[in-house]
Design a protein around this ligand. Structure first.
Ligand code: ATP
Length: 495
């Protein structure tokens, strides 16, 4: 037996301590098994802290218990403690296999035990938790885009959930722009069956990669999303609210074709002779400035999105049916502005949510349709405490779960996300957060106690994540697969 970790010298239900002799090393995050030799119960723990032990010159190691297995083979939360001086050692292959039982099918990386990758313990999230929302908290450059690509690659492989993501940087579909060696999701061995890319790229490129042209119709948009994209005044909100009863088709037609500059005065003299009597009557009481501003903003958005927004055609039916077929749907909009990206992400998300809600009401359960995850990058843009800036996303965060719709909230600033939204997230990926306040917020909303992992979270390297999910009974440290290598492995495994 490898007794490198030596004998347990102290326990309570929430922490174990043991002493390493001088010269031996251990790392934060390393996994250990404490065997109680009387009861044959094995207690699993992870190293959370270590201090020098002046008396012996060794290290006093502290571990967090993560579960135990008795002779009946059941894995439980530890409510008993191992006997004093029980041997402490690393996990063996059998114990790795035990932990492997808890992993879901959406593989993202390998378990890390301290600085060691445990290659016979791949970490996967069960797709059954995706409707319970997922958060990715990552400082820039820590590997968030790589994680999302790996996650989508697994989803394409397993086809158990639909995933929607927008990509304004053009990096997910074909790889990093400007890097000819970089690959993307179109290079997945099962891309043809499991990936659906809607793009604004030129037809020749789209055709080369089997991408479809992105089309969003005027009717798919909502006037209420102006508030998501722009900072509106109270008077503008009034205009938006007055317009709510009308279809977006009509509203856009009104603002594109009518001379709103002179409209308010015409309206007041009831001399309006345009094609939109109903709308004109409705907004006649609105302040003229606000009306003009709304018109300008609508025109700006239509300009920004003119490559794919038009009055007639729409990719939405196809996007919805691809998600129903558990495909990864990528909205590939390289170069699109922030405002335009949010505007269409909101339109698509609303369509998904309403469709699922309708089906839930008609069929009485979400079982008829699978799960969908809508991923939102820089999510603090739309899920902050400012409720006027949250649109349909807050509704999905609060109610999506029962309709099978989850949010994938990606942000560098969890403290700027509404706490009530964070509390809904049942799967968290933490990839390096330097700010103490950010870590505190995450720890308080996680389903496992992450405070004890604070040291580990502070020492995460690029590509490392601490994952806490209701799908796995303990928090795991994981090195996320490097996308290119994972792709190679998928090709090797492909029939
Ligand atoms: N798991 C990993 N293994 C190896 N290298 C990785 C891993 N994750 C990321 N990298 C590398 O680290 C660099 C940054 O990764 P990535 O672009 O995914 O980070 P990011 O957090 O999305 O950054 P940004 O916020 O700037 O978009 C890339 O060069 C990537 O190849």
């Amino acid at each position: 037996m490898d007794n490198r970790f030596h004998l347990l010298t102290g326990t309570d239900v929430l922490s174990y301590t043991w002493i390493l002799p001088p010269g031996e090393m251990i790392a934060v995050g390393e996994l250990a098994v404490v065997t109680d030799e009387r009861t044959k119960t094995r207690y699993f723990a992870r190293v959370t802290r270590m201090n020098h032990e002046p008396e012996t010159g060794g290290l006093l190691v502290t571990g967090l218990p993560i579960g135990c297995i008795s002779l009946d083979g059941e894995y439980r939360k530890p409510r008993t403690i191992p006997a004093l001086y029980s041997p402490v050692r690393p996990l063996d292959a059998d114990e790795n296999a035990i932990l492997r039982r808890f992993m879901g099918e959406l593989e993202v990386g390998f378990m890390m035990s301290g600085n060691q990758k445990v290659v016979d313990l791949p970490i996967g999230i069960p797709s059954s938790v995706l409707n319970q929302h997922l958060g990715v908290f990552a400082t820039t450059g820590m590997g968030k885009s790589n994680l999302m690509k790996v996650f989508c690659a697994s989803a394409i492989n397993t086809r158990n959930a639909g995933i929607l993501l927008t990509d304004p940087h053009g990096e997910y579909a074909t790889g990093q722009p400007g890097d000819p060696d970089s690959r993307g999701l179109v290079h997945h061995p099962k891309a043809q069956e499991g990936l659906s890319v809607f793009t604004i790229r030129e037809p020749a490129i789209a055709q080369e990669y089997g991408m479809k042209p992105l089309r969003i119709g005027h009717k798919d948009l909502s006037i209420s999303d102006l508030g998501l994209v722009f900072d509106l005044t109270a008077a503008q909100y009034e205009v938006v609210n007055l317009l709510m009863p009308f279809s977006t088709n009509e509203i856009i037609d009104f603002f594109i074709n009518e001379d709103v500059e002179s409209l308010p005065s015409h309206l007041r003299t009831t001399a309006y002779i345009g094609n939109h009597q109903d709308i004109a009557q409705r907004v006649r009481s609105a302040p003229a400035d606000a009306l003009r501003l709304v018109q300008r903003q609508i025109r700006t958005l239509l300009d920004l999105t003119s490559l794919f927004v038009d009055s007639s055609s729409s990719s939405l039916p196809e996007i919805l049916s691809d998600l129903d077929e558990n495909k990864v749907v990528l909205i590939d909009i390289p170069g699109m502005s922030d405002a335009a990206e949010l505007f269409i992400l909101s339109a698509i998300s609303r369509a998904i949510f309403k469709d699922r809600q309708r089906r839930f009401i008609e069929q009485g359960s979400a079982a008829a349709s699978g799960r969908v995850l809508i991923s939102i990058e820089e999510a603090q843009r739309v899920l902050s405490q400012r409720s006027e800036k949250t649109g349909v996303f807050r509704e999905i965060a609060m109610e999506g779960r029962k309709f099978g719709v989850g949010l994938g909230v990606i942000t560098q600033q969890p403290k700027n996300i509404d706490q009530r939204v964070l509390a809904q997230m049942n799967t968290l990926f933490v990839m390096g957060l330097a700010d103490h306040h950010d870590r505190e917020i995450i720890a308080s909303s996680a389903k496992h106690d992450l405070r004890v992992l604070d040291t580990e979270i502070q020492t995460l390297d690029r590509g490392d994540a601490v994952i806490s999910t209701v799908g796995i009974p303990f928090p795991v440290s994981c090195h996320i697969h490097y996308f290119e290598e994972y792709l190679d492995a998928l090709w090797e495994a492909a029939p």
